[in-house]
Each structure stands twice: as C-alpha cells, then as structure tokens.
Design a protein around this ligand. Structure first.
Ligand SMILES: [Zn+2]
Length: 457
C-alpha cells in the first residue's frame, strides 16, 4: 500500500502543476473533472471504467458484472457514463501479474475483465451489453480500443507497453469510435486515457488526440473506490466504497452537486467486485439527499464550466457560444468571466466553429509562414490568429500581433464590424463592467455577452 500512497502524493503534486498550465489557454478540448453546481437541483454523474464485462461476480459468482450494474442503475433510475474498451484480446504475449498490485491483470498490458478472460469483456466481444447500455439511456465514452497507454510512464505503470506516437493514439481511438458508431449508431464525445497517462512518446498529448477526434477529456472528481485492492475482508471493502460518500454528504449535502464519481465496471486489483454491493448503497444515499444521477453529457448541458454557475449573468451567453461550437473555455474547463480579454483569446473566440480554421488555412496556404514574430507556429492560438489576420478581423502592427494585450470595448465592436456583423448586446456588457469605461479593457464575461448577441443567427 505504501507504493500507492507515494504515487498518490506525486499525483497530487503533478496535478497542481498541471492545473496551472491548463488554466492559461483557451482550448477546444477541456478537462471535465466536475462542473459548477446546478442551482435549484442536485445532479451528479458516475463513470464506469474498463467494461463491459460478462465475467462473474467475485465473491459470489452468477451473472456478469455489467448486467448487475445495469439492473441496479435501472432500479434507481440512474444513468451512467460507461467508459468502454474495444478489446484487450490482442494484448499478448503477456504474463499474469501479482494479485493486489497494479499489474494484477498483466505485466506489459491490461486485460479486461482479467488475464486470459479477454473474451468476456470489451465492446467487440460483448455487443449485447453495449446495446443494452444505449437502449437504457446510458452514455458511452471512448476508453480506447485496446487500453494500451498513450505514452511511456514511470512509477506504478512503468512496466506497461505504450503506443508509439500520436498517430497511433488517434488510430486506436478512431477504431473504437467507428465501431460504436457503425454497430450501435452512437457517436461518442468523451474520452479518458488509460490510467490518465497523457503525454505521447513524440511530445504530444491526449489533448492533441482529442482535438482531432472532437472529444472532451473525461476526468472525475470523486473516487468511488471500486478499483482498490482488498483489505482482506469483502464486507469492509464494500463499506469503504460507501463511507467517503456518506461522510461528504453528511458534512455538506450540496457537495456532490456537479461532481463526477469514478466507478469501475470490472474487477478491482484483487479480482473482486465490491462495486456490485456498494453501488446500490451509494445510489440510495444520493437519492436520500435528493440527487439525480445523470450522464456526463447531460451534466455538461446543464453546466458546461467549472466556475460559471447557472445563475451567473454571463452563463447563458457562454453556454450559447459553446453550444454553437465556439472555443470559449480554458483547458481546465474554467471560463474565468472576470479575467481581462486578450487579443489572442478574441481571435480564438471568434474563429469559425469546428474544423473551419484547418480547412480555410489549408486552402489558401496561410499556415505555411507565421505572419507574426510573437505568435510562432508553436503558439496554441497560431491558427486562429493567422485566420483573424488573413480575414482582416484583427490587425497586427508590423511583425507583432501582441496576443496578450487587453482588448477594449471599442476594439471589440470594431472587430465585429470587420466580421460583417452588427455589434449587439453592449448595454448588458457595459452594465456588467460597472463604472469601467467602454474605451478601457473589458472582461471575458463582457465579451461573451456581446459575441453571443452579435455572432448569433
Ligand atoms: Zn482503464
């Protein structure tokens, strides 16, 4: 257990550093860990990793685990987000690892539901389970076709094989995406990397792969505990999955609102399935506190960002822009309505949704040579700045674009006119700024109000 404690400590430190870098840039791929509490109701999501699984429960045997979980969810009218894999049947040759450790299912690869039992798991081998998930209103998320790590890692999963580069990661994701689309008519929009290993061998990351796939990064904020090794006492293992939730709800009944609970659709590290006995108790608890368990996509529809509650004056505008496909949130899924809007961010926010930027730059060769010294091709806003410049929406000065310079209210209205639109929504934006003059720097919240009104329709 000491190794896990150390690994968790290191994880916490890395997470802190990651948080700082993820809040710097707007991104089409946002890390969805939790969302702002939804006013007037209590909603929470649950993600079930590594299934589907037709392997029997342990201890106890009997029906496959996924069937049991689906029955329980139906009984509580709860909707899960199943983070499914394609199949681990090709992850051989491999050796079985030591029970109660992270290598329990294999040394070089993961095997789900367990070593040499691959045929009992995965979308490829258990399509009926997936069909039932879709039919009963659950969400499917892409946990990759083969559950091979996106890149090398040290520590706990250091012995694992990994994919060679970003292209291989995209290929693996695409394989499961297309399979699920063809077989079940279901288009997945969320994905979680195996073991949350983000960096690829060629210096890219899960975020680059998800940008290509049009996905959001599916994380979680509350650990359901179903993956942990046994204490040696099954009843205790089940209790340990219920107690943290009970304690959190008792301390603050609102605290789970907007959170994403991590669950396991498979064995824990000791090849047991305490989730089968813990889930009904967890759901009963949540129900008693007035919670509805909904899918992550439903949660995102109600509350797209982590820091923008539904009663915030900018909420409607930010959500409208996001729903139309505009990139308006930071990579850590914050909106930061009070932050001053920069020229680089404005270029991103007004960019045509979807692949418009790619297509347009490719067609006129604009991507070949950077127009500005301070926005090199490695800059995260490079393509959007190049497009805004090409179209004459935002002008630079000589060789400089000054992406970090604040935008004034007057400049924003000029940009909207340059786009051939009529500026609108200024009254609300000015009111939001209090006494600050429209000739001064404006916030991202003010900009969202104006852009939502001016670019709509
Ligand atoms: Zn996994």
């Amino acid at each position: 257990m000491k190794v896990f404690q150390l690994a968790r400590k290191i994880n916490r430190y890395l997470k802190q550093r990651q948080k700082q870098s993820l809040s710097r840039y707007l991104s089409p791929v946002r890390r969805i860990e939790r969302v702002a509490p939804v006013p007037g109701q209590r909603v929470v999501a649950m993600t079930f990793d590594d299934g589907p699984s037709a392997a029997p429960l342990a201890p106890g045997g009997g029906s496959g685990l996924t069937v049991i979980l689906l029955d329980i969810l139906a009984q509580y009218q709860a909707f899960g987000t199943f983070d499914v894999v394609g199949t681990t049947a090709h992850n051989y040759p491999d050796r079985e690892g030591k029970l109660h450790t992270a290598q329990w299912s294999g040394i070089s690869h993961d095997h789900y539901p367990a070593f040499s039992m691959d045929h009992l798991g995965g979308v490829v081998n258990q399509p009926e389970l997936v069909r039932r998930m879709v039919a009963e209103g659950h969400e499917l998320a892409n946990h990759t076709y083969s559950h091979v790590a996106f890149g090398p890692t040290r520590w706990v999963y250091g012995s694992r094989s990994y994919l060679p580069d970003l292209a291989a990661v995209v290929e693996d994701l695409r394989k499961l995406h297309d399979l699920v689309l063809e077989q079940f008519g279901y288009a997945m929009r969320l994905s979680r990397p195996p073991h949350y290993i983000d960096p690829t061998k060629d210096g890219k990351s899960a975020y680059d792969a998800y940008r290509v796939m049009g996905y959001q990064y599916l994380a979680a904020s509350f650990d359901g505990g179903g993956w942990m090794p046994t204490t040696g006492d099954y009843r205790r293992d089940v209790d340990k999955m219920v107690e943290p939730l009970a304690a959190a709800l008792k301390a603050e009944p609102e605290s789970l609102n907007g959170q994403i609970i991590f669950q396991k659709d498979g064995y824990n590290m000791s090849k047991e399935t305490p989730v089968a006995d813990a889930l009904p108790r967890q759901l009963a608890l949540l129900q008693r506190y007035g919670y509805r368990v909904i899918t992550v996509s439903q949660l995102l529809d109600l509350s797209p960002f982590t820091d923008l509650p539904g009663d915030h004056p900018v909420f409607g505008a930010a959500r409208a822009l996001a729903n139309r496909g505009h990139v308006v949130g930071y990579q850590d899924n914050t909106f930061q309505p009070d932050r001053v809007l920069t020229r680089g961010e404005l270029a991103v926010m007004i960019s045509p949704p979807g692949d418009g930027v790619h297509a347009e730059l490719a067609s006129n060769g604009g991507a070949s040579k950077p127009a500005f010294r301070d926005v090199p091709s490695s800059h995260p806003y490079y393509r959007e700045v190049a497009l805004a410049h090409q179209r004459g929406w935002i002008k630079g000065e000589g060789h400089l674009f000054q992406p970090d310079r604040p935008v004034t209210g007057e400049q924003l209205t000029e940009v909207i006119r340059a786009m051939g639109r009529t500026p609108a929504g200024m009254a609300g934006a000015k009111a939001l700024g209090g006494d600050s003059p429209w000739t001064g720097p404006i916030t991202r919240g003010q900009a969202a109000l104006v852009l939502a009104e001016s670019l709509g329709g």
